[in-house]
Design a binder for this molecule. Structure first.
Ligand SMILES: C[S@@+](CC[C@H](N)C(=O)[O-])C[C@H]1O[C@@H](n2cnc3c(N)ncnc32)[C@H](O)[C@@H]1O
Length: 254
């Protein structure tokens, strides 16, 4: 109850920008972030457990991500290469490579990790905040679907730097994220679900990555600050997502 009141009084553009300026956003999202304690219904499919419906329009958008990932894997990986899924949820995206590649998923939610372990017993699943975890090896492919919105703005650069350090020099990165839908979104109105603008993401990537693809996931449109023509305005739907595929430009040094 107290946290609900705190949440509604503080989660606004003015307060959020003050929090971001001083790095307090990171403390707040790790304390109140929705995925820390969320309970899941284990009788549902992995996709539904992760919060996505299977209605045809959503499914169509999700299938596009599965296809992009499959293409990346086929074009760049050989059997046994390491794949990391950041914010893997119950493992919906890792399952198809079971037995062929060395699979690791990391998630901050214990129930998600438990469901993933049951779904793909041969993969490694880590229960931790990606931003804080010490990994003992690098990966050929790192991807993250619908997780960037939970990474606080003051840690966004740290997120991409960490991925960079974890990527093999010839590795690939794929990120799907809900992009900003209007100018207000670019000012951080909701600290617990951040709709980053593609311009901001490119700014963070500039130093360390070569961008291969950065476009609307569903219709491949290029947007910059925000999308003036979102699907189902006013509703958070997977169809309003952006897709980034990149590779490291500077050789990681550890
Ligand atoms: C919307 S779900 C997406 C799950 C999965 N990627 C999928 O698309 O089916 C977001 C997931 O990210 C996880 N998550 C959020 N922030 C995280 C963090 N900092 N480190 C690891 N996992 C995180 C949540 O626990 C949740 O399982």
């Amino acid at each position: 109850m107290i946290s609900k009141i705190f949440f509604s009084l503080t989660n606004n553009i003015l307060m959020n920008n003050i929090f971001i300026r001083f790095g307090v956003d990171s403390i707040l999202t790790s304390r109140f972030g929705i995925y820390k304690r969320i309970k899941i219904n284990t009788s549902l499919s992995p996709q539904q457990m992760a919060g996505f419906s299977e209605k045809p329009t959503v499914q169509e958008a999700i299938n596009k991500i599965h296809d992009q990932l499959e293409t990346l894997v086929q074009q760049n990986l050989k059997e046994g290469d390491r794949i990391l899924d950041i914010g893997c949820g119950p493992g919906a995206y890792l399952k198809k490579w079971e037995g062929k590649y060395d699979l690791t998923g990391i998630d901050i939610n214990e129930e998600m990790v438990n469901a993933a372990k049951k779904y793909i017993p041969t993969a490694t699943f880590l229960l931790d905040n990606f931003l804080n975890h010490d990994f003992d090896h690098k990966f050929k492919l790192i991807y993250s679907v619908s997780v960037l919105e939970f990474i606080p703005p003051s840690r966004l650069m740290a997120f991409f730097r960490k991925v960079h350090l974890l990527l093999e020099p010839d590795g690939k990165l794929l990120i799907q994220y809900p992009h900003a839908l209007n100018f207000k979104d670019t000012l951080y109105p909701d600290l617990y679900y951040v709709e980053y603008s593609p311009r901001k993401i490119e700014h963070e990537l500039r130093k360390n990555y070569q961008i291969i693809t950065h476009e609307h996931c569903f219709d491949r449109r290029i947007i910059d600050l925000y999308d003036p023509k979102p699907y189902e305005p006013g509703i958070r739907t997977f169809k309003n997502g952006y897709l980034l595929i990149a590779e490291p430009t500077i050789k990681p040094n550890n």
